[in-house]
Design a protein around this ligand. Structure first.
Ligand SMILES: Cc1cc2nc3c(=O)[nH]c(=O)nc-3n(C[C@H](O)[C@H](O)[C@H](O)COP(=O)(O)O)c2cc1C
Length: 388
């Protein structure tokens, strides 16, 4: 069997602290500090602890050059087999095809290694962010203040600044009023269906292509309502449709050129359960009539910006633009919207058949009718949305 080191891996010397009764009984303070090496490899999606011998062995392997496992001494072969099992060392053996494929996907997508690390190791699969907030006593602003002390101030007075120039206030037009009405929705109306026309209008405004520019037969650029790094528009829209008139609830992909919904196979869990898991148990978001999963095709952006230190940042910013366009489009149409990145990506990627290193869930937006009564807090200090 031939082996080589995976393409991207970082080693962290990590201290862990634990309580030890024996230490306490021997007169210590009961706190024991252990030092260990943690291997962080994005294509494996998790952390691995290594012993010093494994670290040394690992450091001898090339990420490019294949070597025969059998050329190592027996003892090293055992350690290497463990590294192969963890995916840190990849092997050209069918039994270990999964990590070889993941490693190949990462290499061929041209990720910057540090971006790949953040992307691969900050994914969630079973997070319940609501339970975590409850446990931490940080559900409300008052609780946050009590737990964490004061935040950095809401605005700064620059010490180096000279005289300040007061700026004229503009006369508000419809666009200003629209901006003021944009408020994150955490209360959706479960008794009302969103018409297909409104759903189509929103998707058209936010995600559709207004034009295509064909450079060669196989190289096409799209024009859309939001800006995009390199004009590559890598962010795909995958939909979980709960309640839109005439549309069977389920999973869909939006085709930005045909302006069409493509029905995808049903998820393995009931749709509403997937929607709740998707937003890390935030039930106020799970009730949206439509959820839009923004899933960048990283390789499309990285085709131009290869191993580029800013490429991942550009893709994240782009998702932000799309989210704001969705908020404003929904608000203008009398609907309400939200965005969140507190998501269990693993569930979404699995449901839509996405491979996280090439195309994976990055953030979730939702839209629909706002409920007549506010049960979960929304930030509307001027009563723009919730008239008292
Ligand atoms: C990137 C991003 C992530 C967010 N994630 C959450 C979230 O997980 N849960 C939530 O209730 N609100 C989330 N929000 C909404 C913010 O809480 C909200 O924008 C903020 O409270 C200000 O309220 P406003 O949008 O109504 O002005 C998120 C907003 C952004 C931009």
């Amino acid at each position: 069997m031939r082996i080589r080191r995976c393409g991207v891996v970082y080693l962290e010397p990590r201290e862990s602290v634990r309580f030890d009764l024996a230490n306490l009984l021997e007169g210590g303070n009961g706190v024991v500090r252990d030092m260990g090496w943690i291997a962080l490899a994005p294509h494996t999606g998790r952390e691995h602890s290594l012993d010093p011998k494994e670290c040394k062995l690992f450091g001898q392997l090339s990420p490019q050059k294949w070597v025969e496992l059998e050329t190592f001494p027996d003892e090293s072969q055992l350690a290497l087999a463990r590294l192969v099992h963890a995916g840190l060392v990849v092997a050209d053996d069918p039994a270990h095809a999964y990590y070889l494929r993941q490693d190949d996907a990462l290499r061929s997508a041209h990720w910057h290694p540090l971006s790949a690390l953040v992307h691969g190791l900050t994914r969630w699969s079973e997070t319940d962010s609501v339970a975590a907030m409850r446990k931490g006593g940080t559900e409300t602003a008052a609780e946050l203040r009590a737990q964490l002390g004061p935040p950095p101030p809401e605005r700064i007075a620059h010490e180096m600044a000279g005289e300040s120039i007061s700026l004229p206030r503009s006369n508000h037009v419809d666009f200003d009023r629209l901006l003021r009405r944009r408020t994150t929705c955490r209360n959706f109306d479960l008794n009302r269906t969103v018409p297909l026309e409104l759903t189509a209008q929103l998707l058209e405004r936010v995600f559709s292509a207004h034009a295509s520019v064909r450079v060669t037969e196989d190289t096409v650029f799209l024009k859309k309502s939001s800006p995009s790094g390199g004009g590559l528009h890598p962010v795909e829209a995958y939909l979980l449709i709960r309640d839109v008139a005439g549309v069977q609830p389920g999973l869909y992909h939006y085709d930005p050129v045909a302006h069409a919904l493509r029905h995808l196979p049903d998820p393995v869990v009931p749709l509403q359960e997937l929607m709740l898991r998707a937003v890390a148990a935030q039930d106020w978001f799970a009730d949206a009539h439509v959820m839009v999963v923004m899933a960048p095709r990283y390789a499309r952006n990285f085709w131009k910006y290869r191993q580029h230190p800013k490429a991942y940042r550009a893709v994240l910013l782009e998702a932000g633009h799309l989210s704001q366009t969705l908020y404003l489009s929904a608000t203008e149409a009398g609907l309400a919207a939200y965005v969140t990145c507190a998501i269990n990506e693993t569930w979404l990627d699995e449901a839509f058949g996405l491979d996280s290193m090439n195309e994976g869930a990055l953030a979730v937006c939702g839209f629909g009718w706002r409920a007549p009564a506010m049960e979960t807090m929304e930030l509307d200090p001027l009563g723009e949305v919730w008239k008292s």
